[in-house]
Design a protein around this ligand. Structure first.
Ligand code: AMP
Ligand code: MG
Length: 403
């Protein structure tokens, strides 16, 4: 199979991805999840004429009759049913959040009155108006209005609306069961002694951190040695128990790179193997009929991370029923060149400028195993080098932020 271009690979992944089914969870469990129902206002918003300032309330007719000093005859507190103001020249002290008392149509904040011995005098120059500082019943939304549509990620604003509408439970996309699989005889778990010729499986942990940022906690980590029988046996059960399999390592042309061959043997249909990109060229992607998507990423830590952000994250967002995030563009702060033809993913430190431009300073790394040097970067830009090899200062490229 020939190598394919980055855009083509992204399209194939997108087409092979289906939105997951839904489940109903409590409001707090729904935080960070993708909403899959509408949320309606269960009553008018606000549900009553809501007072917006602490102060006094009276009837504007008295003001028209030249009353400037009002006798305080009671207090209207938030959370109490509305009191009834009677007589003329009288007022209530009234609190923010309370319902406007019956018989009152006018609120004057404390800042505009002087209170002495039970009398409230309106300060010179202030002109009360009926309805001012009162948030009218239903003026935001009438009962029954749709406040949230399916597809939102439930963060603070959406959760506030759901809570205010009395939603104790919400229908959300179920979380994908994800298996993170490290492969390689050289890998030793991080809590075990490590020999000189061995390394620790950092990829499994970096990917788990990335998944956590997407709100996905339904993750299992496992490790496979470079032994075909072991790989095959373990993959059979992982394919059964997962919605998404993300492997790292074992997909190149090395003698011990068994992963692609075994995946195909187990009925995972290869959709591509090899993308004209750097890093991450040996990336393999496939899908089992009625089974999981399988992302088999090259093991070099930077390759793994770049492929995860460029291909796996958009697929997971679609699976979760989240909207496609807008494309972000960044402008190169320095020129950069590389050998074509391939797409180059260049780690950058991106910073927003006063003119609104996102400026990306290249932080080229010496090799795709050099992950420590990307700690200070904010993401990477995608330089499409199919026909171009030199990218000047000011070149605008697609920008992907590390999650
Ligand atoms: P591979 O893709 O298996 O040829 O591995 C490429 C490089 O990435 C090798 O140097 C591996 O040791 C390294 N590598 C593979 N898997 C991991 C992992 N889970 N964490 C860190 N490095 C890895
Ligand atoms: Mg390997």
């Amino acid at each position: 199979m020939p190598l394919i271009a980055v855009n083509e690979a992204a399209r194939i992944v997108e087409e092979a991805t289906a939105v997951l089914s839904t489940e109903e969870v409590s409001l707090v469990e729904a935080i960070g999840r993708a909403l899959r129902q509408t949320v309606q206002a269960d009553r008018d918003v606000p549900p009553y004429d809501r007072v917006m300032m602490d102060g006094i309330a009276f009837n504007h007719r008295d003001w028209e009759n030249d009353v400037r000093q009002y006798s305080i005859v009671g207090t209207q507190a938030a959370g109490a049913p509305p009191e009834i103001l009677t007589g003329s020249g009288n007022c209530f002290e009234i609190m923010t959040g309370s319902e406007l008392s019956n018989g009152c149509d006018c609120v004057v904040p404390y800042e505009e009155v002087e209170i002495n011995e039970g009398k409230a005098q309106i300060v010179d120059g202030f002109v009360p108006q009926p309805g001012r500082f009162v948030h009218k019943t239903g003026s935001d939304y009438p009962a029954g209005a749709t406040l949230l549509q399916p597809g939102y990620r439930l963060t603070s604003r959406q959760i506030a609306i759901a809570a205010a509408s009395g939603c104790t439970h919400l229908r959300v996309t179920r979380l994908p069961r994800i298996s993170l699989v490290s492969t390689g005889d050289e890998l030793v778990e991080i809590d075990l002694p490590v020999e000189r010729h061995q390394i620790r499986p950092s990829n499994a942990y970096s990917l788990q951190a990335g998944l956590a940022a997407l709100g996905i906690s339904t993750v299992k980590r496992s490790h496979l040695n470079d032994r075909p029988e072991e790989i095959e046996k373990k993959l059979v059960s992982l394919l059964e128990d997962s919605d998404v399999l993300i492997l790292s390592g074992g997909v190149s042309k090395g003698r011990y790179d068994y992963v692609p061959e075994i995946l195909e043997k187990l009925g995972v249909k290869k959709l591509f193997h090899g993308v004209t990109q750097r890093p991450g060229k040996p990336f393999w992607f496939g899908r089992q009929d009625d089974g999981p998507s399988v992302f088999a990423l090259p093991g070099n830590p930077l390759s793994t991370l770049v492929c995860f952000h460029r291909f796996v994250v958009p697929s997971l967002e679609k699976m979760l029923g989240l909207p496609t995030p807008p494309t972000v563009w960044a402008s190169l702060a320095e020129p950069f060149d590389f050998e074509p033809p391939q797409t180059f993913f260049l780690p950058v430190a991106a910073e927003s400028q006063p003119d609104g431009l996102l400026s990306a300073t290249p932080r080229s790394v010496s090799n795709s195993g050099d992950y420590a040097s990307i700690v200070s970067t904010s993401g990477f830009v995608e330089l499409p080098g199919e026909d171009l090899s030199e990218f000047p200062t000011g070149y605008c490229a697609k920008y992907f932020s590390w999650i």
